[in-house]
Structures are given as C-alpha cells and as structure tokens.
Ligand binder design. Structure first.
Ligand SMILES: *Cc1c(COP(=O)(O)O)cnc(C)c1O
Length: 397
C-alpha cells in the first residue's frame, strides 16, 4: 500500500475506556458503519445510533441533552445561531396562508425574517402589544398557528405577564376547537434573557423554548449557536424533521465551547445580575437620566410581573436620557465609554453598549425620548464599570 493509504487506514487504535472530565470532541461528516445491514438499520432520530455528522455525534447529542436539562424540557435541537433557531421554529410550524404573531418589542432580526421570507412565502404576521394580553387576544385568528413570546422585550426590557399571554393562546385554541390537532396555535418563547436560570419556560406554559446559546450558555462571546427545546414529543418530531431537511448542523468545536460554558452558567448569571442591578440603580439616580429600564427596578415597565414570575434578571439595562439630550450627544456619550465597548450581543466577559433609535424599531408609539442606550454588563469589577459610566456622564454636567 502507498504511504497515504497506509496513513489513512492506519491500524493503530488507542485503548478504549479513556475517561476524563471533559466530554470528547467528536468531529465527523462521515460516520463508519461495520456492515451494510448496520447502515440500513441505524436510526439517529431517537439518538440510539450515529449515521452522519449532520444528524448527531456524541458531542452534539451530549450538548442537546444538557440544554434540555437547563430548560427543564425533554428534547433539544441545536442550530448554527440563535437567529437560525428562530427560523427553524417558523419554518417547521408555518405554511402558506398561516399567520404568526410577534411581540412589538421582539428581537429585531426575527421581525425582519417575518417581514422578508415569511411574507414572501404567503405567511402573514402581526405585531401585538406584549404588555396588553387583551391586544394579543384580539389579534389571534383561525389562521394563527404560532405566537412568539419574549421575556422581557428586546432592547427596551418591558417585562410582560407571560402566564397571562400563554393563557390567552390556550383560550383561543379552545375557542377555535383546535384540540390536539397540528393546527393548534403553538407558543414559542425566545428564552435567551432568562437562559433557563431566571424562570422556567415550561412551568410558565410555553410549548417551545428557543435560546441564543451565543449568550449565557457559551458565556465567551466567541461562539454562535441556538437551541430549540420542547416537552412535547410530536412537536419535537415536526421540528426535528424540518431541522434535518434544512441541514442545520453545528461544529464540534463550537459545541465543545458551549459545553465548557455550561457548568458556570448559574454563577455567571447571578454575578452579572448583581452587578447589573447595582449599575442600573446608580444610573437611575443620575441627573442626566430620565428613565432606566431594568425589570428589577420599581418603575420599570412590568416590574410587578417580573417580581411574581422570575427569581433573577439578566445582565442588560437600558437608559433614556433627559429629552434635551439629543441623538448626537447620546452617540458621543457611547464613544466616550472605555470599558463598555461598542458591540452587539451580551452575556460575555466584556461589557458592551449600543445606542438605538426606538421609534424606528416599533409599530406602537414610544412615550420616551427616541434615543436609548442598551448596556450589557460583563464580568469586570463593578466599581471600574461605574467609574467608566461616571467619566462618560461627566460630559452632561
Ligand atoms: C442574540 C439574540 C438572538 C440571536 O442570536 P444569534 O446567535 O446572534 O443569532 C435571538 N434572540 C435574542 C433575544 C437575542 O438576544
């Protein structure tokens, strides 16, 4: 045999029974079968065997099982980003002529997907006011198949009454006589903020919990990944088959990075929560600040719902300045920050900030000054972050 053949078909096998604390990183497109019979018999759908890298490896199966545990669900699927997890739910559950409802303060790219591809495929969408369950009730129709929920709203962090919104959908399913059939309206929660730590998605009654693992589960700001978790086996099957047909796989090194992040997720969540509350409270007392949005602050929209529903809060808070401080000065404030870096995403080690223009992101009216800054608190010492905010705020004195 030639050297290259010998290297490829090399007979040495390391001894079996290697045990270490970290799960192995198994990389594969091809999976080897011992016989044609095994090739024909194996089923990956119930995780009883391996057939092809796209359909699961020991590394991705392990991560799926741990994410299901994190969420208190039974079945998990992994996708290459949080946004592709949203797209998977939409594409698995919606067909031409169906309607999907989204909260008006939903994660922006999920709205854009509804306005773009979903609309082009004849799937209608409507935005409801998540702070008003009666508005959701009024917008549900016989063609509604999917209701997205998000707790709290993206960027503006209003905390809705999640169990009340879920109850509205359950009542609509009864009213339309959907029973258990596949035309039943499914509730899907974007649970990136709660991350499986702040509250239980499934105890709140939702059917599907989706997360950007990019945020807390990774914790490193170096991985993109998403998950879709359910408790209902038939719903999981629908999602699983669409996931397969779309070819949504994740890389073993990325799965490993999330597996490394998971053991510290609760510690990081609670540490960042404490630091964020301290900074949000401190900002609320500053003369240049008109309003701070953080569910744990009294006076922040939905604070009562947060108090009843959640045991913790994520690392985000948003600030609206006094009305005479215009957009240019808000931008200059962000440019002056040194530890808070300008960048999207959150729940990594580095604190971040992003200025937003809220009225252009909403269909409903926005009762505050239009320019808002969203802060994501990282793992730096809170006194250093406060000093950074103070030196930038000095421009308003
Ligand atoms: C970041 C984020 C997503 C998307 O995750 P990506 O991995 O960046 O695609 C979805 N929803 C929420 C609430 C997010 O914060």
């Amino acid at each position: 045999m030639s050297l290259s053949t010998e290297l490829i078909h090399h007979p040495y096998r390391p001894p079996a029974e290697f045990e270490a604390l970290a799960p192995g990183v198994h990389k594969a497109s091809t999976v080897i079968f011992p016989s044609v019979a095994a090739m024909r018999e194996r089923d990956w759908k119930d995780k009883s065997a391996y057939t092809y890298g796209l359909h699961g490896t020991p590394t991705t199966f392990t991560l799926e099982e741990r994410i299901a545990t994190l969420e208190g669900g039974r079945f998990a699927l992994l996708t290459p980003s949080g946004l592709s997890a949203i797209a998977l739910v939409d594409m698995a559950l919606l067909r031409t002529g169906d309607e999907v409802l989204l909260p008006d303060n939903a994660y922006g790219p999920g709205k854009t997907l509804a306005e773009g591809e979903l609309a082009a495929w004849g799937i209608r969408h409507r935005f409801y006011d998540p702070m008003n369950p009666a508005d959701l009730a009024a917008q549900l129709s016989e063609s509604t198949r999917l209701v997205w929920l998000e707790v709290p709203g993206s960027v503006t962090l209003e905390y809705p009454d999640l169990p009340a919104l879920v109850a509205v959908v359950q009542q609509a399913n009864d009213r339309f006589g959907h029973g258990d059939d596949p035309r039943r309206i499914v509730t899907a929660l974007d649970n990136t903020w709660g991350a499986g730590i702040a509250f239980s998605a499934f105890e709140s009654g939702v059917d599907v919990s989706m997360q950007a693992l990019t945020k807390y589960p990774s914790g490193g700001a170096d991985v993109l990944m998403g998950s879709v978790v359910t408790r209902d086996e038939s719903l999981h099957r629908r999602l699983l088959l669409t996931h397969m047909r779309l070819g949504l796989g994740v890389g073993a090194n990325d799965a490993e990075a999330v597996l490394r992040g998971l053991p510290s997720i609760a510690l990081r969540y609670h540490a960042q929560d404490a630091a964020t509350r301290e900074l949000a409270q401190w900002m609320a007392n500053h003369a240049a600040v008109a309003q701070v949005f953080h569910p744990a602050l009294p006076g922040s929209p939905g604070h009562d719902h947060w108090q009843q529903h959640a045991q913790a809060a994520a690392c985000l808070f948003s600030v609206v300045f006094r009305p005479e401080i215009g957009g240019d000065r808000v931008d200059a404030f962000c440019d002056r920050l040194r530890l808070f870096r300008l960048g999207y995403s959150w729940a990594g080690p580095i604190s971040l900030c992003v200025p937003y223009h809220i009225p252009s992101m909403r269909t409903r009216s926005w009762p505050h000054a239009p320019h808002l800054v969203r802060f994501a608190v990282g793992l730096e010492a809170v006194e250093d972050l406060q000093a950074d905010l103070a030196q930038a705020l000095a421009m308003f004195n």
